[in-house]
Write a protein that binds this ligand. Structure first.
Ligand SMILES: Cc1cc2nc3c(=O)[nH]c(=O)nc-3n(C[C@H](O)[C@H](O)[C@H](O)COP(=O)(O)O)c2cc1C
Length: 173
């Protein structure tokens, strides 16, 4: 299966989940930042998994990214803003035919979130969701991930692979 996991991550929590999901999907799955996930890299993907942190109750806006760039005394390190935002990447996503799944990282409770916008962008490009969006939890505003979340992400990746295989079998039979 040609599977990719595309992510936005400013402090590494979502990147770590993205790599764990890819591990669950299997050795051929690729983990890509938004600039690595070009049209050429996405050609003929069977499954595209997309994840981002919840920032200000949704996907990070340009305004939130500008504010983060100014720095905060509470942040453990400067944010990684070197890749295009997930919002802009979704807007430019070329049409595709594969299945899709969305995930977000977040504090344990928050209104709204990031996966609604991710799923809308994927659907608009023609990618059909294969499962319900997943949420992975951090301990504080900048992380770290709650214990057990990497294992849960690996398991979710394994389940995604099985869901795609099951829906392929259903189409063929
Ligand atoms: C400026 C800022 C705003 C945030 N807003 C929210 C929020 O609205 N809801 C939430 O659940 N978590 C929020 N968080 C927590 C992040 O979603 C969480 O730390 C995430 O895992 C960061 O992922 P990253 O390390 O991949 O960038 C916020 C964090 C920061 C720094």
């Amino acid at each position: 299966m040609n599977a990719v996991v595309v992510y936005e991550s400013h402090w590494g929590n979502t990147a770590a989940i993205a790599h764990a999901v890819a591990e669950g999907l299997g050795p051929e799955a690729r983990t890509l930042t938004t600039d690595e996930a070009s049209s050429a890299s996405l050609a003929n993907v069977d499954l595209i998994v997309v994840g981002a942190p919840v920032i200000g109750f949704s996907l990070a806006s340009n305004k939130m990214r500008d504010d983060m760039a100014k720095g905060s005394s509470k942040a453990p390190s400067p944010p990684d803003l070197s890749h295009p935002s997930m919002r802009s990447w979704l807007q430019g996503l070329p049409p595709g035919h594969g299945r899709s799944a969305a995930f977000e990282t977040r504090i344990w409770w928050s209104p709204r979130g990031a996966t609604g916008d991710i799923e809308r962008g994927l659907r608009n490009a023609g990618y059909v969701p294969v499962t319900k969006a997943a949420k992975f939890v951090v301990e504080g505003s900048y992380g770290p991930l709650r214990d057990g979340e990497l294992e849960r992400a690996r398991q979710w990746g394994t389940e995604l692979k099985a869901s795609v295989a099951a829906s392929d079998t259903a189409i063929l039979s």
